[in-house]
Design a protein around this ligand. Sequence first.
Ligand SMILES: Nc1ncnc2c1ncn2[C@@H]1O[C@H](COP(=O)(O)OP(=O)(O)OP(=O)(O)O)[C@@H](O)[C@H]1O
Length: 239
Amino acid sequence: MVCTTQADAELDTVSAGYTGRPVLHDVSVRFPHGRITALVGANGSGKSTVLGVLAGLLRPVAGTVRAPRRPALVAQHTAVPTLLPLTVRDTVNMGRWAARGGPWRRLSRHDRDVVDRCLSLLGIGDLATRTLSALSGGQRQRTLVAQALAQESTLLLLDEPTSALDTSASAAILRALGDARAEGTTVVHATHDLAQARQADHCVVLRQGTVFAAGSPEAVLSPDVLHAAWGLSGPGEAG
Ligand SMILES: Nc1ncnc2c1ncn2[C@@H]1O[C@H](COP(=O)(O)OP(=O)(O)OP(=O)(O)O)[C@@H](O)[C@H]1O
């Protein structure tokens, strides 16, 4: 992966997938620096795969990825094991370890301040001593977002971060993403919530592993595009 700073994250003619299952086909797309991009598309269209490629977890079989080093990724909450005997604070502390490149140094005063701020931003300060296994799905999800924010990465990737959350928890996460953007972080989140996607600065619509549309939410989330992107008809044919 090539490291760039103060630049858009970008996939350039990327093809990627899993053993025996190609998913992304020749995908070229930009994620504007310091902006929030919503990634939308039907189930299986490739949103998580795009995030995995941007995060450096999936190596493309072709093409180039340009993204900052050490992006922070919040996976779908169902993908996270809860049997580890970690507290909420331990989990968010791990975000600081990631930021510092390893767990071998004691957390500094600054690290602890960052962790406290992230716990507070997500409204989970009172849960700090609870273990992950004793949390609801939504509380766990907020913890994982707090962990990602604690990394202070310049690229924040989130896979359906509000899917299990009530309205106020969703609002807390969206506020936190807005704060991250205000600090210059590039945010990319996959979502099925079109109202949330409309609040983003930029929107990318995937269809069957290709970029179907990209641009401002107003331009991209038109009824025609949505109709076509969900496979009901081809571009320009929906009506
Ligand atoms: N680990 C894996 N191994 C093999 N195939 C996978 C794996 N993960 C996903 N796939 C397949 O890759 C394709 C794209 O999946 P992906 O998770 O990227 O889609 P998505 O748009 O995020 O879907 P959803 O909205 O359901 O979360 C699907 O056909 C899926 O079955």
